[in-house]
Design a protein around this ligand. Structure first.
Ligand code: ADP
Ligand code: MG
Length: 224
């Protein structure tokens, strides 16, 4: 389904330089449609993470970025952030509460949901990533694979319509990577998956965007 109604990301001529002057994105044009699984690949420093951070307003410029028809700024941000879930590359950037339960509850609580709804969402999200037993554990003591699962749960508990994963297989052992791929395969939500793991992208995505030096150099349908 790639009709105009289902366009959820529209970016036109996005150029971004960090405050120190590093040019990270240089004229990005990008549309993402509901239901797509998009791989975002390219070398270190290509601009992948910088691009992802523009999709929920963590970074912004005056360039034209529209997410679910909204500009990611001001009073639109809470709604955009409830619909766009970003799983950061480093789980330590995501998990900061005393227990996994609290980490996964953080989003729903900040949406203002009631205690029963929050609990139900946390239980479902932890179940969905096979981490129900970790509810009372602190992320600090978990393996990278377990932390990644709880990070994903902390985003799933918002019921996102767009799930963004930045280098999801980084630092995972082969078993952890395999079970992550199977987990993501079973998730019926629009996804953008950034990274170097071309096999993972090939298994999970139908479209691959290659970015280099802040520019999109190819945008290809695969597995069609
Ligand atoms: N906080 C920052 N301050 C300055 N430059 C940055 C910062 N984060 C990333 N960069 C630079 O921006 C460019 C794009 O980086 P990034 O988006 O992290 O690439 P990727 O995720 O593809 O590895 C690189 O040149 C990187 O060094
Ligand atoms: Mg990155």
């Amino acid at each position: 389904m790639t009709n105009i109604e289902s366009k959820i990301v529209e970016i036109r001529k996005l150029t971004y330089a960090y405050p120190d002057g590093t040019m990270a994105l240089d004229g990005i044009d990008l549309d993402i449609f509901e239901g797509e699984n998009v791989g975002l690949v390219g070398p270190n420093g290509a601009g992948k993470s910088t691009l992802l951070l523009h999709l929920n307003g963590i970074l912004r410029t005056d360039s034209a970025v529209s997410i679910f028809g909204l500009t990611p700024e001001g009073s639109n941000l809470p709604l955009i952030r409830s619909m766009v879930g970003i799983v950061f590359q480093d789980p330590d950037d995501q998990l900061f509460m005393p227990t996994s339960f609290d980490d996964v509850a953080f989003g729903p609580l900040s949406m203002g949901l009631g205690a029963d709804e929050v609990r139900a969402r946390v239980e479902k999200a932890l179940l969905d990533v096979s981490m129900s037993d970790a509810s009372d554990r602190i992320a600090h003591h978990m393996s990278v694979g377990e932390k990644r699962r709880v990070s994903i749960a902390s985003v799933l508990s918002m019921n996102p319509r767009l799930l963004i994963l930045d280098e999801p297989s980084a630092n995972l052992d082969p078993d952890g990577r395999r079970s992550l791929i199977e987990l993501l395969k079973g998730m019926n939500v629009t996804k953008i998956i950034a990274g170097h793991d071309l096999e993972l992208v090939n298994e999970l995505c139908q479209r691959v965007i290659r970015i280099d030096a802040g520019k999109i150099v190819s945008d290809t349908l695969i597995n069609a």
